[in-house]
Design a protein around this ligand. Structure first.
Ligand code: IPM
Ligand code: MN
Length: 371
């Protein structure tokens, strides 16, 4: 298979985790005889410095002419005092909107080897396996007007607005996904207060009628936040508004022990997607080769699966990650959690994944034991 991938490392640890993930992509290429042409572009703070804008036109063009996009992270203290249109985050929001990536999948699955990584009890987190489907190009993040008003700018306005069609698009994605899993959709809203949530519920009920085999439940967002730490195993697919999904996914990350482990996919209806770890640019450890690259590596696996239909390749990458964790390798964020092997650097972690990726790895291990 021949594919073109736009690679946007961005800021902070984005650069390091991206180069680690590209090593893994290279291994997939060699192992399975694919050809992935990789082109780099700027986004976020580095783009502000080099081009005067967080989302240069050429970056957008590169993404549009590619088959998928990999993104590291954006943001950092250097740009914190910039006006809103010159903030790195504006680049991320802009690219999601411009590419029409309305459905953001954030899988929350606990790794066996990291079962003690969560601050929650083992009995609560063991076997957790669900996906948050976050609406990504509408809702409170994008509604107009958004402005300051009043003689002294003493009033601030944000708007939560949805069209039925936008809700339907993301809700259908959630039902499609649930149909391939444990067949349960939990729709999260604030229908006891918000008009947009009451419409959200209506649309979910309409879509649900097309999926009789999928169970549907509605939860208010405050109750959902509580249940995420009380009984997370009850969830299969959660679908929700942009801002609610942002908050709930950070909360849910702690079930797995580290935000550094989580991948995400942001998809369009035709399968085109942008893949990025859920974590940010972590300026406090950037440039030190200490960041956990596994969220980015697992994002590569999601790209192989969702955009290229390469199930086996994606499974292999995920399996290699699992084996490396089973073998005891931990980056600093996972340190102190049942550390069996040495604390490893970002690049050592990806080298380990590449090594475990060789299909003859298990065999050579067995042979080595007899030599
Ligand atoms: C995320 C991030 C972004 C968001 C920020 C960096 C704009 O927190 O992807 O969850 O709020 O969507
Ligand atoms: Mn977030």
């Amino acid at each position: 298979m021949k594919k073109q991938v736009a690679v946007l490392p961005g800021d902070g640890i984005g650069q390091e985790v991206m180069s680690a993930a590209l090593d893994v992509l290279k291994a997939v290429e060699e192992q399975f005889g694919h050809q992935f042409k990789v082109f780099q572009g700027d986004i976020g703070g580095v783009a502000i410095d080099r081009h005067g804008t967080p989302l240069p036109a050429e970056t957008l063009e590169l993404c549009k002419s590619s088959d998928a996009v990999l993104l590291g992270a954006v943001g950092g203290p250097e740009w914190e005092d910039n006006p809103v249109h010159l903030r790195p985050e504006k680049g991320l929001l802009g690219i999601r909107k411009e590419l029409g990536l309305f459905a953001n999948y954030r899988p929350i699955k606990t790794f066996e080897a990291l079962r003690d990584a969560s601050p929650l009890k083992r009995s609560v987190v063991d076997g957790v396996d669900f996906v948050i489907v976050r609406e990504l190009t509408g809702g409170l993040y994008f509604g107009e007007p958004r402005e300051r008003r009043g003689q002294h700018q003493e009033v601030a306005v944000d708007t939560l607005q949805y069209e039925k069609k936008e809700i339907e698009n993301v809700v259908r994605k959630a039902f499609d996904l649930a149909a391939t899993r444990r067949k349960k959709v939990t729709s999260v809203d604030k229908a006891n207060v918000l008009e947009s949530s009451r419409m959200w519920r209506e649309v979910v009920e309409q879509v649900a009628a097309d999926y009789p085999e999928v169970e549907v439940e509605h939860l208010l967002v405050d109750v959902a936040a509580m249940k995420l730490v009380y009984q997370p195993k009850q969830f299969d697919v959660i679908v929700t508004e942009n801002m609610f999904g942002d908050i709930l996914s950070d909360e849910a990350s702690m079930l797995t022990g580290s935000l550094g482990m989580l991948p995400s996919a942001s998809l369009r209806a035709d399968g085109f997607g942008l893949y990025e770890p859920v974590h940010g640019s972590a300026p406090d450890i950037s440039g030190e080769n200490r960041a956990n690259p596994l969220g980015m590596v697992l994002s590569v696996a999601m790209m192989l699966r969702h955009s290229f239909g390469l199930e086996e390749e994606a499974d292999q990458v995920e399996k290699a990650v699992q084996e490396v964790l089973n073998a005891g390798y931990r980056t600093g964020d996972l340190e102190g959690i049942e550390k069996i092997g040495p604390v490893c650097t970002t690049s050592e972690m990806s080298e380990n994944v590449v090594e475990h990726f060789q299909p003859n790895y298990a065999m050579s291990g067995i042979l080595a034991a007899y030599m």
